[in-house]
Design a protein around this ligand. Sequence first.
Ligand code: KMH
Ligand code: ZN
Length: 276
Amino acid sequence: MTNTLITVCATGAEIAKDDFAPLPTTMEELATTARDCQAAGAAMIHVHVRDENHKPTLDVPRLKEAVAAVRESSDLIVQLSTGGSVTDPLENRLKVLDAEPDSCSLSMGTLNFGDEIFMNPWSFITDLFQLTQERQVVPEFEIFDFGQLYALNRLFAEHGLPYGGRVHVDFITNVPGGMPGDPLLLAEALRNLPKDVTSWAASGIGRAHLPILLATLAMDGHLRVGIEDNTFFARGQKVESNAQLVQRAAEFATLAQRPPMSIEDAREMLQIRPKG
Ligand code: KMH
Ligand code: ZN
């Protein structure tokens, strides 16, 4: 049994600030979130950036500002989203790596995303993957549905392993259009993990949050929690902050005898490029 890497997905691109005040959208809120989530047990932060009007943006100077803000307030591994929002052009999503994150998300297939389409054509996947290799950025492979898991085999056969040689997969379950947030399906997916996978995490969107969290801990996986994925802390009770979700995840992990992984150990597990 390994200690538990906790990643906080703090903001996302789908929730409007007007609808949910605790959503961190300014640089100050992002910095405070990073600091508080580190104190609560997170080792990595998955970042979507918002503009001055709290709208999602992939503006590179703003992304750089966000990376700097997190690094100033915390030691967290900085993972930038290359998924962005469903309306972001693919070429802008490739430019995310210009902001020099430690890690980036890399979604392994196109899917219906609620009423929208989240586009990840094969040519985009391979372009982004090769860019991560060139820039020495560690990708986290986002798996929204079963078949996307098998696409990893094709990717590695055609282009080799990621920078650092480790393969970290994250199952994002319960997106309307993707695999349901059902622990039994997650267990089945794990029986089909490609041989090159060295670590995995999972998250359940919305009401799948707790079932997937508990199942993941039981099956030796790592956790992703945060307002991007879930705005309810309990039945009828809204989330107050990302740190509140991280703290509960850390408590469950500790009870399961798999306490939060240190940032140092997480950097080693994922083979993040050394600082400096
Ligand atoms: N916002 C979604 C369309 C990622 O960050 O890479 C895509 C997403 C995945 O959130
Ligand atoms: Zn995201």
